[in-house]
Design a protein around this ligand. Structure first.
Ligand code: ATP
Ligand code: MG
Ligand code: FE
Length: 341
């Protein structure tokens, strides 16, 4: 099957054509960094308008690149949430229009399911069930991925997401926007042992996360005037890694039989974080799977791939399915959704 995927839940507009044989026939992405940079963060209204401007041209572009037309595809998959509602509506409504015009099924994809299944697009050998650390701009969760549409949330953050902590740290240190890559770059020339920072939740029996205290400690370190931004960035990244590794180790202990330790989401593009999680997997005798960095940050190939997996499981959605700002991926929410379809 060939699936068109559309993504517009945050500040990336993207379209992709992906086959059930994991061939990425074409993918296109338009970021909005320039538009949001003056504000130091994503402005929802600006994001929504930018999605409107580029979504249709991106769709035309991927069809042209793949030398295909609407009649050649099997289904349209679009992110239906969670995310900034104005943006989500742009991609979902575009998807509905194309599905209606082409007489194709619509697959409404949970953006988090896109991240969660992206490792299976990257690695054909990855089988269910696997333990997934989903680390992104809005989420930090440990999920037991048991199958398509079958997710058990073992842990979540009690305050900020890991990506949010990177973004706030970058802002506090004046490193610019977007924050994650800026902090990673600054950290390369800093001393990770220079600033004493807390490791929130480390050692606790439950596997949950917390990053708000780390952000406050970064603010105090900056205001002390004793450290360079590079040293703070390196120390922050080291503390974050300690937290992610300790919490993921705790999750591994309660996950039962799994095929692999897997990481996905924008923060998973950080090479120091990937290295530390790989080492954790090796200590536990497990394969470690991380998609290539471009598949970790938002893109439409992962949405098309989630569409492939849902289409193969005979899961499609009515054209009146709503866009959702909030949409958890855990089992209870999936059940509620099934009942409503
Ligand atoms: P969500 O997926 O939770 O809805 P989102 O879609 O906005 O949120 P992603 O695009 O998946 O998030 O990830 C973006 C986040 O990843 C940002 O917080 C960004 O700072 C972070 N990030 C990107 N690259 C890196 C990096 N190299 N190191 C650390 N963090 C990074
Ligand atoms: Mg983004
Ligand atoms: Fe995302």
């Amino acid at each position: 099957a060939i699936i068109l995927g559309l993504e517009s839940s945050c500040d990336e507009t993207a379209a992709a054509l992906v086959t059930s044989e994991r061939e990425i026939l074409a993918h296109a992405l338009a970021g909005q960094e320039e538009a949001h940079r003056p504000f130091g963060g994503v402005v929802p209204e600006i994001a929504a308008r930018a999605h409107v401007e580029v979504m249709t041209p991106l769709v035309a572009q991927v069809f042209e690149e793949a030398e295909l037309s609407l009649s050649d595809i099997d289904a349209v998959a679009a992110t239906a949430g969670p995310g900034l509602i104005g943006g989500v509506m742009v991609g979902l409504m575009t998807g509905k229009g194309l599905a209606l015009a082409g007489g194709k099924p619509l697959v409404a994809v949970n953006h988090l399911e896109g991240h969660a299944l992206s490792p299976r697009l990257a690695d054909p050998a990855l089988e269910f069930p696997y333990l997934l650390l989903l680390v992104s701009g809005g989420h930090c969760q440990l999920l037991l991925v048991k199958g398509v549409g079958s997710y058990e949330r073992l842990a979540t953050t009690i305050d900020d997401a890991a990506g949010e902590a990177f973004d706030k740290t970058a802002k506090l240190l004046g490193l610019g926007f977007p924050g994650g890559p800026a902090v990673e770059k600054a950290a390369q020339t800093g001393d990770p042992a220079s600033v004493p920072l807390p490791r929130p939740m480390v050692g606790r029996a439950d596997p949950h996360f917390s990053f708000a205290g780390l952000k406050s400690a970064v603010l105090r370190a900056r205001d002390s005037g004793h450290y360079t931004p590079e040293d703070i960035a390196a120390s922050f990244q080291a503390a974050t890694i300690d937290c992610l590794v300790d919490r993921t180790a705790r999750g591994l202990a309660s996950a039962g039989d799994i095929t692999a330790l897997v990481v996905a989401g924008g923060v998973a593009s950080n090479s120091a974080i990937r290295g530390a999680l790989r080492a954790l997997a090796e200590r536990n005798g497990l394969p470690f799977i991380a998609p290539p960095p471009w598949l970790c940050t938002d893109n439409a190939a992962m949405i098309a791939w989630a569409g492939v997996e849902r289409f193969a499981a005979d899961l499609s959605d009515p054209l009146d399915i709503p866009a959702r700002a909030r949409w958890p991926l855990d089992a209870d929410a999936a059940k509620a959704r099934g009942a409503g379809v």
